[in-house]
Ligand binder design. Sequence first.
Ligand SMILES: Nc1ncnc2c1ncn2[C@@H]1O[C@H](COP(=O)(O)OP(=O)(O)OP(=O)(O)O)[C@@H](O)[C@H]1O
Ligand SMILES: [Mg+2]
Length: 580
Amino acid sequence: MPVASGLNGKREGDGRHMNEQPNLQQFVDHLSSYSDEGAQGGTAVPGPSNVVAGIGTVLEIAGSGSRVAMDAAQLNALVEHKDPSISMSGQVGSQVKMKVGNSWLIANVRTLRAGDDDKSVVANVDFLGEGQNASGGRMVNFRRGVTRYPIPGSTVFPVSTEDMRAIFAADDSPHIEIGTVYPTDDIRGALYVDPMLGKHFAVLGSTGTGKSTSVSLILHRISELSPEGHIVMIDPHGEYSAAFKDCGELFNVDNLNLPYWLMNFEEHCEVFLTTDGAERQRDADILGKCLLAARTKGKNLEQYGKVTVDSPIPYLLTDFSQILTAEMGKLDRAGDTTPYQRLKNKLDELRADPRYTFMFSGMLVSDSMAPFVAKLFRMPAHGKPISIVDVSGVPSEVTSVVVSVLARMVFDYAIWSRTEAQRPLLLVCEEAHRYVPKDEHATGQAVRKILERIAKEGRKYGVSLGLITQRPSDLAEGVLSQCGTIIAMRLNNDRDQACVRAAMPEGARGFLDAIPALRNRECIVCGEGVAIPIRVRFDDLEPEKRPASSDPSFAALWRETGGEEGIINRTIKRWRGHGR
Ligand SMILES: Nc1ncnc2c1ncn2[C@@H]1O[C@H](COP(=O)(O)OP(=O)(O)OP(=O)(O)O)[C@@H](O)[C@H]1O
Ligand SMILES: [Mg+2]
């Protein structure tokens, strides 16, 4: 066992703080001098981290629960080590390393309990990956996954900041840096873009923990990396327009111009039908028949091939209305005209209501599908790879239909463009629990179906899904487990924590205990997007790139007065006129 050079070195203080986590700030200076040593490469004299003594031995290697025993006295002695990583040794969520042949194995501490004697603690560990042993005991070329396991009895060593640097050294594959790895203050935490987007990602956290800001940060970094990308962001609170003024195309009810005829049959039903049960079924049959007639009326059908109620082919609302009237006329005397009347009334209502102009305006009748797809999916992007669709002004009755149409456009585009040059798309959905709720009977089944489908099949067609929610336990079963990368911020609620636990890969369990204890802006990232699970503190995002979601300062704002009359009058004007 190598002899510790720094281990029994100076111990500051009177010992009262022995069991406390040392203040990171105290180590800043030590660490920066220390990291310089690490950066010298293979020729350097080995850094002090590599000669820290072992802290325990491997007890048992088993598929799901390998155990190591650590010496409690040794761990306590390390608490004040100048390297913050080493001083964390033995804590739940920290890493340890073992030598097998010429490689170092890195494992994560999942649980801790007292050993049979007073002197030891027994830890369950999960193996994360392995790196090669280079000169001076340094670890290089860290990779996820383990090829050879250690033999019980092997020595367990603490992991140093230098080892962490090797673990997190981002390789050449495209990545974005999002923040700093805990507990160090200079190792950069990176997300690998391809695996993260390839298998969907989720950002979870209680309200105010920094989800929206973190998502802005991630999307800004992605769009810097891929200025010709294709990202659609659904923004239910109108927060993100402020963040993407420069690199995004902003849509809201005033300029979205979403043609009603893009809706498929199911979405038409959600907008037009007002009844339940058997009545609804009958109304739906009539709607389907008349819709198909309207879609095909006066068209040269050869040009389209097979036309169904679902085909996104323009039709005139007046045609639809006339067909309803004509069908009603065909009924014999005993026939019930109520369903036709109901549909006609709904149609007239939609056409007359100014809140629906963004979708049901007569101006939208022309075949604008190509320009609509081009502007929404940023094809070409012209350096603005993100479209922000602010749906906060959409009447709440149809928000879910609007989101459904947009999500389905993304997915259908990907399916029908398979023979073309591939243009992968990313769909980001804030407040995802609203659209894919656990409750099977909630309204808005269309949006739920399409988002579930993207979660399940999107990868094959090059569609990536980013789900953001503060209530993971309200998300439909299975959606979270389809997300390959989980970015978990603090979650206060037990049920939410349990949900995240179930969705996280085995090796990340040790990090879970940290979730309720995370600070704002801190997160745990696990899954495909990172080499090993990491705890990261997000970078400070420049104010002009933040979403408009900052916490109001009551104390400061409640000191301001003046101009109230104007404020109230303008507010009422917008309120009444649904203007912005
Ligand atoms: N990386 C960051 N840089 C700067 N400020 C941040 C960062 N992360 C969070 N904040 C600040 O924290 C506050 C809350 O952040 P945010 O609105 O992103 O939380 P949220 O989790 O989206 O909340 P909600 O669930 O209510 O939408 C904001 O004032 C924001 O400016
Ligand atoms: Mg938010």
